[in-house]
Design a protein around this ligand. Structure first.
Ligand SMILES: C[S@@+](CC[C@H](N)C(=O)[O-])C[C@H]1O[C@@H](n2cnc3c(N)ncnc32)[C@H](O)[C@@H]1O
Length: 214
């Protein structure tokens, strides 16, 4: 928990309490339904919580915006981001029902009213969102096929939109079809030793305004 406060010193008491409860909640749920590897549960705050919050250091979310977390597993990056942004609406999806059960249990135990979690494949999700976030789900090409139609084309009052994907490895080949992708290295954002998933890929999606009919 100290690691979180080091990089996010302005948390409210409620947020500190919610982040503090995560360790116990995941340990309890992981004993019943394995959603996090044993090795990682011991380093939950570094490897999962702070790691997920790397997205917030790349892009701050505006109140009332909507975020889709694709392949959230046990709730990453969605749950830590939902604690950090209580006024933002999060929709967490995964194709495995028991993982979504854990996400719902954790969100309820923390009183997170800004989280909706559903057992549904990414390809079947309806609606549009200001941002799509994700961590370690699939190759960039496949991922973009699933999600590119899910980023809001009308930007309403929001100035920004796009995709924020936490991904590891050498992304040169995977990103060659996405020239606008920007890469942010977590080791430049946090002074911590992360494991292999070190990059936040940000793909801003700009839409041309539709031409008015004459
Ligand atoms: C390696 S896990 C990562 C989980 C979580 N994002 C994390 O970082 O801890 C990948 C997750 O993606 C989910 N997944 C894979 N294909 C999916 C799809 N088409 N739609 C929704 N979820 C999917 C899997 O069920 C799994 O929970």
């Amino acid at each position: 928990m100290k690691t979180i406060l080091k990089y996010f010193p302005d948390l409210t008491d409620e947020q500190i309490e919610q982040f503090s409860k995560l360790g116990e909640l995941y340990a309890e749920w992981n004993a019943q339904i394995n959603v996090i590897s044993r090795k990682d549960i011991d380093e939950l705050y570094l490897r999962h919580v702070l790691h997920s919050l790397g997205i917030a250091k790349v892009q701050a979310f505006e109140p009332n915006s909507s975020i889709l977390d694709v392949g959230t597993g046990g709730g990453f990056p969605g749950i830590p981001l939902a604690i950090l942004y209580p006024e933002v609406n999060f929709y967490l999806v995964d194709s495995i029902g028991k993982k979504i059960k854990v996400v719902n249990e954790v969100a309820n135990a923390l009183g997170l009213t800004n989280v909706k979690a559903e057992h549904i494949r990414a390809e079947k999700v309806k609606g549009e969102f200001d941002f799509v976030v994700s961590r370690a789900v699939t190759r960039m090409d496949d991922f973009m096929k699933w999600v590119k139609t899910k980023v809001a084309k009308k930007q309403k009052h929001h100035l920004k939109n796009g995709i924020l994907y936490l991904k590891g490895g050498d992304l040169t080949e995977e990103l060659q079809n996405f020239p606008k992708a920007e890469l942010f290295d977590l080791t430049n954002i946090f002074d911590e030793d992360f494991f292999e998933t070190k990059k936040v890929v940000h793909i801003p999606l700009k839409f041309k305004p539709s031409k008015s009919k004459k």
